[in-house]
Design a protein around this ligand. Structure first.
Ligand SMILES: [Zn+2]
Length: 710
């Protein structure tokens, strides 16, 4: 049945009668299927084609109505600068106003709350729990950014919410149940109307989740699952069917067109406002912008006798004239104060001073730039990362030692969204050309990079400065860090850039021609990648011997272990001391404390061949080539050995036993660690503060909610 979808809204309709309760436990019950309310009113079929009205004259209800309030994708709890300024406290006022006017809205949220924001890089999203609870959310759908700090963090926060989180079409491969303890559906009786809600997400963003193990997820088509669950809820007596989604608008429209059972689709993920009747079934699609800037109110009227509901949407911009709700404002103020305190927390220790001076990051390779790009590239799953040096804002050398949250906020004050592009080698070179085109001006476009190295000649004209044949792809994942392969002009690479560059800013027009593989909404924000890395280092320090972490954490750990014996050997040159740190200094054992810290160095990724260091890097390069040659010879010998018969007692004698003797014990690799005492602790956010011992799991971390992230 199609919904009666009224295109634009009159300001208000008659207030509905006060319901029995305010959506407490007894009116709002989470239903893991087949657990729908059983009142006799359910017996009235929602789709009687007027064939047998005479059979149920007494049961036929009169006209009924209810009000729905909806919002989605909230990152800042504080108001913004421009109208509509939004902010949680103002939106709460509007929700509570509906209540005081007797409409008692059913409050639905379409996901994305725990990240990204500056505050979340310190709280991992904890501030959103009291805010959403205070606004009075009754039911929500999972969003991609809710997974940003890993599964244990999400489970912990969700458990503190006074409402269920839905996601019907992503299953845990192992259990076959909805992933992340989500509920597939939620039913309630609101103002005497049976309401069924299904939570649905799209496949696109699932594939890009950086902090959870997507191999554990089994995605199912949202149309197929939506159709099946809608039919079940309808059979159970639901009179109003709602899809609460986190997907792009075209997918929401597809859902509306292909599953006519849904009267209403309430979506998130997009940040623009949508209110539309979708053909051919005339069901209503509403998406409510972002950051508490808009509240959607949908008024539903059910005619007597079981006809289709009529839906009337209204958009309420949350402008500065809306007063702030005192209770919500108190929560916001508390977290703003807390954020100030959090600024002084130590987040990581560095063994090297980090050079963030403008004169460095805008004219040459910087160890700070290397570190940021390495962590970012790995989190984004890209081959190459190109960061415009202007992104690094601190304009200071951060001395070796402990770094506080305050330092990182100074370095990266913006929540920079990441886009992963598909670029050819030629396009990468073109981008690098743009990056060095303004040298020696302190232009923000000068690149800091990961996964690529190159030389440039500033005596050449802009656009022809990258030295031909000098651009190499450096595979970070290789055992030998010196390994590099020439960039191939027609090969396609995954390149992580900020959204700003993807839009062609700072002269990076070339990126506008590249295919977008991961868009800004789905990509991992730069400060989030760093936060997760710092948390990972903390987890590694604490559980070095006991825990297997997310693939990303495992990767850092492996990097650190593999190269443990290759301690940096200093190599002085000129007035600056240079060091080789074989794992790029992203995760190194702290010689003083035994934990993990960082030690990024300048390593010749960007070489100015007219610069004073050119000679030094040439020598370094030669030595590196020799090391690679040696290591390849060793690998060949290993391969030959493996081709020999495997049985130690075989009659065929080994070709050259004395050579085998000589062969050094290979470095101990992380993958050789015994698997039996390994515990899966997913996500860099793995709640390391909360985990009490090796037996702890995500569920245990979730139970322990006393020492909040505050
Ligand atoms: Zn989203």
């Amino acid at each position: 049945m199609g919904a009666g979808c009224a295109k634009e809204a009159p300001a208000s309709t008659a207030p509905t009668p006060e319901p029995k309760r305010e959506g407490g436990d007894s009116t709002a019950t989470s239903t893991p299927r087949g657990n729908a309310p059983t009142e006799s009113a359910l017996a009235a079929s929602p789709t009687p084609p007027a064939a047998k009205p005479s059979l149920t004259p007494a049961a036929a209800p009169g006209p009924r109505s209810l009000t729905i309030a909806h919002f989605n994708d909230v990152y800042l709890i504080e108001p913004g600068q421009r109208e509509p300024v939004g902010g949680a406290a103002r939106l709460a006022t509007k929700v509570k106003e509906l209540k005081s006017q007797g409409e008692n809205p059913l409050v639905l949220f379409s996901g994305d709350a725990y990240n990204p924001s500056l505050m979340s890089t310190m709280t991992m999203g904890a501030q959103m729990v009291p805010v959403l609870n205070e606004i009075g959310v009754h039911c929500s759908c999972m969003g991609n950014h809710d997974f940003d700090y890993g599964l244990p963090n999400l489970l912990k926060l969700n458990a503190q919410c006074k409402f269920p989180w839905l996601m019907a079409n992503v299953l845990d491969r192992a259990s076959g149940k909805p992933y992340a303890d989500a509920a597939p559906t939620w039913t309630t009786e609101w103002n005497g109307i049976k309401v069924g809600v299904v939570g649905l997400v799209e496949e696109e963003w699932l594939e890009t989740l950086g902090a959870v193990n997507t191999a554990e997820m089994q995605y199912q088509d949202f149309v197929t699952v939506g159709r099946k669950l809608a039919a079940e809820l309808k059979a159970d007596g639901a009179e109003l069917l709602i899809a609460l989604t986190h997907m792009r608008e075209p997918n929401d429209r597809k859902l509306a067109a292909e599953v006519p059972e849904f009267h209403l689709i309430l979506g998130g993920h997009d940040h623009h406002y949508v209110s539309a009747c979708v053909e051919p079934h005339n069901n209503l699609l509403v998406k409510s912008g972002t950051d508490f800037r808009d509240l959607s109110v949908v008024r539903v009227e059910l005619p007597g006798g079981g006809g289709a509901p009529k839906l009337t949407p209204e958009r309420i911009p949350i402008v500065s004239a809306v007063p702030e709700d005192p209770a919500t404002k108190a929560i916001v103020d508390e977290y703003m104060k807390l954020m100030g305190e959090k600024m002084d927390e130590v987040v990581v220790e560095t063994l090297e001073p980090l050079d963030g001076r403008f004169q460095t990051v805008r004219t040459k390779e910087s160890n700070l730039g290397n570190f940021v790009c390495d962590v970012w590239r790995k989190a984004a799953g890209a081959d190459i990362a190109i960061l415009n040096g202007g992104s690094l804002r601190s304009d200071a050398v951060h001395p070796a030692g402990q770094l506080k949250a305050r330092d990182w906020v100074a370095i990266l004050p913006m929540i920079d969204e990441t886009v992963v592009l598909e670029c050819t080698g030629a396009q990468v070179v073109e981008a690098l050309e743009n990056g060095v085109s303004q040298w020696p001006k302190l232009e923000g476009r000068f690149p800091q990079v990961s996964g690529v190295k190159f030389k440039f000649d500033p005596s050449k004209p802009a656009g022809a400065r990258v030295v031909p044949g000098s651009v190499y792809i450096t595979d970070f994942d290789d055992t030998v860090d010196d390994e590099k392969t020439p960039i191939q002009m027609d090969k396609k690479y995954r390149v992580a850039v900020k959204e700003y560059l993807a839009k062609g800013k700072d002269g990076f027009d070339v990126f506008m021609d590249c295919k977008v593989l991961v868009d800004a909404e789905a990509g991992v924000a730069l400060p989030t990648a760093l936060k997760n890395h710092f948390v990972t280092l903390g987890v590694l320090s604490k559980w070095d011997q006991h825990v297997t972490l997310s693939p990303l954490a495992q990767f850092w750990k492996q990097r650190s272990k593999t190269h443990h014996s290759l301690d940096p050997n200093g190599s002085a040159h000129g007035d600056s001391e240079r060091k080789r740190v074989h794992n790029h200094g992203v995760a190194v054992h702290n010689p003083s404390g035994g934990g993990y810290c960082i030690q990024p160095v300048v390593e010749g990724r960007i070489v100015n061949i007219r610069g004073e260091d050119a000679e030094f890097w040439e020598k370094e390069e030669k030595e590196a080539e020799e090391r690679v040659g040696q290591s390849m010879r060793r690998a060949q010998e290993d391969a030959q050995e493996q081709q020999e018969p495997q049985q130690p007692t075989a009659s065929v004698p080994k070709a050259a036993p004395q050579e085998d003797e000589e062969k050094a014990e290979p470095l101990q690799r992380a993958e050789e660690a015994p698997e039996d005492e390994v515990l899966e602790l997913e996500g860099p956010g793995a709640g390391y503060d909360e985990v009490e011992g090796p037996a702890a799991s995500g569920a245990a971390a979730r139970d322990d909610d006393d020492d909040d992230v505050l």
